[in-house]
Write a protein that binds this ligand. Structure first.
Ligand code: SAM
Length: 293
């Protein structure tokens, strides 16, 4: 893996959110920090409607349904967090955070939440640099926890942080699982379990492409995405049968709250729009709650 390429899928995801806010209506998820966090060249092109039409629009078209899955997942999580802070959650832990801007943007919720961002150290260094450029020091409620899930355990990474395993925590893992080998995904869920007190929750999304037949099964990962992620040094490595993954996670002490396939997410968040924006059918959004142990 070319180290300098790391972070480019995070850049692509944030650019997708910036384009959504600037050029698509109705807005499903308003990430008004995404534009500040992307690379200078992407920001320049996205700000200008002329350059957007000339340089970006056609290039990003094949990825819109994947960006839509991120918009839908982030909206779901932030809706849940708005209630969770009133129910006593005091920590939000974001795995594979990329250029997620929650900790910069949702200062209303961060009054009562400590935010931990766990990500590959190279992506995280890039993000720090970008935050410092437009904001100065990162906010005090945000702690960066570097970890490469393919060769380090989440346990070790969290042990070196101020994460409190006795505090109710919402864990999120969005648009990142497909980049991790299946065995490391399972190991990371086991590690989350060791750090999740009763009542904690996980919201995560993953691909089911190629694991099922029928609608929502192979429906999904396209050649463009495979090629683009490979050329960015972060190839897609895993996809799961949704029921099998949910069962494996729930066996570690969770109850299912919700499982939404791409079509259900489209119905919930993208109905009644004229631009055809929809969530890729094979993108699954899952929500589980830690039960009595
Ligand atoms: C497409 S980005 C998504 C980022 C963010 N969740 C979002 O939706 O904007 C994929 C993320 O997975 C992270 N990632 C990929 N491989 C990883 C690994 N081996 N260990 C830790 N993080 C990894 C990348 O650093 C990146 O932040």
């Amino acid at each position: 893996m070319a180290i300098q390429q790391r972070g480019r899928t995070a850049d692509g995801a944030a650019l997708g959110r910036a384009i959504h806010l600037r050029y698509e209506r109705p807005v499903v998820f308003a990430d008004d920090y995404a534009l500040d966090l992307v690379s200078a060249s992407a920001r320049f092109a996205c700000r200008s409607p002329f350059l957007y039409r000339l340089l970006l629009r056609r290039g990003v078209a094949p990825f819109r349904s994947f960006v839509a899955s991120t918009l839908s997942a982030m909206r779901y999580i932030e809706e849940r967090l708005s209630d969770a802070v009133h129910e006593g959650f005091t920590q939000y832990l974001v795995l594979g955070a990329g250029l997620d801007s929650f900790a910069l943007r949702r200062l209303d919720l961060c009054e009562s939440l400590r935010v931990f961002e766990v990500d590959h150290p190279v992506t995280q260094a890039l993000k720090r640099k970008r935050i410092e450029r437009f904001l100065g020091t990162p906010p005090a409620h945000l702690e960066f926890v570097p970890a490469d899930f393919e060769c380090e355990s989440l346990d070790e990474a969290l042990a070196a942080s101020r994460f409190d395993p006795t505090a109710r925590t919402l864990f999120s893992w969005i648009a990142s699982i497909p980049y991790i080998e299946e065995s490391s995904v399972h190991e990371t869920f086991r590690s989350i379990s060791r750090h999740a007190t009763e009542g904690s929750e996980i919201v995560f999304n993953f691909g089911s492409w190629g694991t099922q037949t029928g609608p929502g099964g192979s429906g999904g990962v396209n050649e463009h995405l495979q090629r683009a992620t490979r050329s960015r040094g972060e190839p897609l490595k895993s996809a799961f049968d949704p029921e099998a993954l949910l069962k494996a996670v729930c066996e570690q002490g969770y109850q299912r709250v919700e499982l939404l396939d791409g079509n259900a997410q489209t119905q919930r968040y993208f109905a009644d729009r004229s631009d055809g924006l929809h969530v890729v059918p094979g993108s699954q959004l899952a929500h589980v709650r830690r039960a009595d142990s």
